[in-house]
Design a protein around this ligand. Sequence first.
Ligand code: FAD
Ligand code: NAP
Length: 339
Amino acid sequence: MTLYVQPDVSLKPFNTFGVDVRARLFAQARSDDDVRQALAYSQAHGLPLLIVGGGSNLLLTGDIDALVLRMSSRGIRIVHEDCGHAVVEAEAGEPWHPFVQDMLARGLAGLENLSLIPGTVGAAPMQNIGAYGVEIKDVFHSLTAMDRQTGQLREFSLQDCAFGYRDSVFKHDAGRWLILRVKFRLSYSADLHLDYGPVRQRLDALGIKQPTPIDVSRAICAIRSEKLPDPTILGNAGSFFKNPLVSAELAGLIKQTHPGLVSYPQPEGRVKLAAGWLIEQAGWKGFRDGDAGVHQLQSLVLVNYGAASGAELLGLARRIQADIAERFGVELEMEPNVY
Ligand code: FAD
Ligand code: NAP
């Protein structure tokens, strides 16, 4: 079938900030063939190609002079099973949270801590999505990506992806690889990770002594729903800044003036600071300028109260970065992909 390319399309429904910008051209890819046609189209017309999934990690700062290709491919299959494990492959356009729920319903554990993260399967490896002490690298098997320059397919192993904290080879080689489908190695026996944030306390409060992966998923959904704004109600892209990794020396210096500093020692002597805590200490929690603001419950989340432009949200983010650098000597790195 021929790819349906639409001119001048509003991207407001396709980014969770709800920023109202327009794409010069827009199409949805439901198959590898659609992706190939989009690549050929963009090359033939000399137009860049911008891939989007759920638009939950994007900040669009102006109209997009490109062919915006939304990954809408579907399909989930078990490709291999052995002694208590299964390798499951999902197409890039599969929505992430329903995929997690589907795996749990089939008795497959491993993704429960990553419940309720918006977006698609295909975007998940981009920043090695993580929550409550689990990252997709922990359950990743391999993925298939298309080289946008040559159209060739390539298999990426765990090592090839160079996953790091909210990081992967795909972030660094931006725009080269288009992820088509991802394989995960999941387990029929649970190896639960409960010692992160308030997960165990929540299960205890519910009187659950021997939780199943489904219990953990439910607890995490409940915690997240109380704390994080629902993008369908209040535009946002989740955490706007990564938690900074700083030297033990700098963490020690900050602690002298701020004894309540929230910090987590990391390998190689580095220290992870809670960016949300720094932003809150600096007085930004609940700040609002026009329709761009900092969420009232979670300072790490920038929000769009309705009509904020991407440029206004970016301006607010830069003000926060400058303030945190001045007060604490810490550089905050933005997490969403800015276009
Ligand atoms: P998009 O925003 O559409 O795209 C993100 C980037 O990936 C863009 O650069 C895009 O070009 C590229 N891309 C998308 N699909 C593909 C593909 N198939 N091939 C190649 N490139 C592609 N993140 C976490 O890590 N942990 C969390 O707990 C978390 N919680 C969140 C909570 C909320 C309320 C929100 C709004 C966001 C949260 N996020 C979290 C961020 C976001 O949901 C994830 O990063 C998610 O994986 C983004 O998926 P997406 O499909 O929306 O990607
Ligand atoms: P939280 O529980 O209030 O904790 C604050 C920060 O402390 C988190 O960012 C987390 O870092 C860190 N932390 C907590 N317990 C830790 C431990 N035992 N060891 C090391 N670090 C620890 O965080 P939250 O904002 O409610 O988010 C809960 C989880 O969901 C976090 O893992 C967070 O990353 C994830 N989340 C991510 C996004 C996103 O858009 N990226 C949005 C919402 C939630 P880490 O962030 O490094 O885990």
